[in-house]
Design a protein around this ligand. Structure first.
Ligand code: UYC
Length: 230
């Protein structure tokens, strides 16, 4: 259509979730014009938040106009979103992989970071005990969750998984099919059978291995700092 890219941005920024989703293709088609006002395009978004509209604009630049990205990245987080950590973890690799839609790498970073956050025992054993989750720093869990939300149009992340579980009255056996972790009663095989892209079902990522039962995932989704975000 013949509306200006400024008008388009205004509608994308202030619109409802549904209006925004109807505009993502148009935003993508006009990436070049958007790049000319890259700073302004992101000015109304909060780097401390998790607004997926900002994440989507950044992904559009990454795909079509990557030269504008460096000027948009903060020197502190080396990404657009802030990534505070209470324990000195650098989330730049996660933000970079999510921006570039390298979801499998982002997922591996996420599980490795959960082990690190859970302590040296979890790192040595190679997986987290559910009983270690309550002591995990909430600020770091929220940083991870914000990034997954922001770079997935709000479709991935722990709070999305928790919301889907809640809508199913806590029935995990129904959740598995909903998030694509089970097909016709068979577990989706790691890593090759998961869908490592934005076309994955809602809640598909990040993965939590179910080999040792559901209690780890249940503890993560019910961590107080994540419950507070739903
Ligand atoms: N795997 O099937 N998974 C592994 C998932 C199960 C198994 C890793 C998710 C079912 C074995 C991750 C699902 C199952 C290993 C995930 C899934 C199973 C492994 C990396 C759908 C058999 C290697 C390691 C629910 C029926 C040995 C990690 C091992 C690895 C994720 C088998 C991220 C979401 C019940 C044998 N699977 N996993 O643990 O011990 O992070 O790692 O969930």
């Amino acid at each position: 259509t013949n509306q200006s890219v400024e008008e388009l941005l205004e509608r994308f920024t202030s619109g409802s979730k549904r209006q925004r989703l109807s505009l993502v293709k148009t935003i993508e088609e006009r990436a070049e014009e958007l790049a000319a006002l890259a700073q302004a395009a992101l000015a109304s978004f909060d780097p401390d938040g998790d607004d997926w509209a900002a994440g989507w604009i950044l992904q559009v630049f990454q795909r079509h106009q990557p030269q504008v990205l460096p000027s948009l990245l903060s020197s502190e987080s080396r990404g657009w979103f802030s990534t505070p950590s209470a324990v000195g973890i650098d989330y730049e690799p996660l933000q970079r992989d999510l921006l570039a839609e390298n979801f499998e790498e982002a997922d591996r970073f996420t599980s490795a970071t959960l082990r690190k956050l859970a302590g040296p025992g979890a790192e040595q054993r190679g997986y987290v005990y559910f009983s270690e989750v309550h002591a995990i720093n909430g600020l770091d869990l929220v940083t991870i969750d914000r990034l997954w939300t922001a770079y997935s149009q709000g479709r991935f992340g722990f709070t999305t998984q928790a919301r889907l579980l809640n809508a199913l009255d806590g029935r995990y056996h129904s959740l598995w099919a909903r998030i694509g972790w089970k097909h016709e009663g068979t577990w989706t095989r790691y890593p090759g059978s998961f869908t490592w892209s934005l076309s994955a079902p809602e809640g598909h990522m990040p993965l939590i291995n179910q080999l040792r039962g559901v209690r780890l995932m249940d503890a993560v989704l019910h961590h107080p700092s994540l419950v507070a975000r739903r």
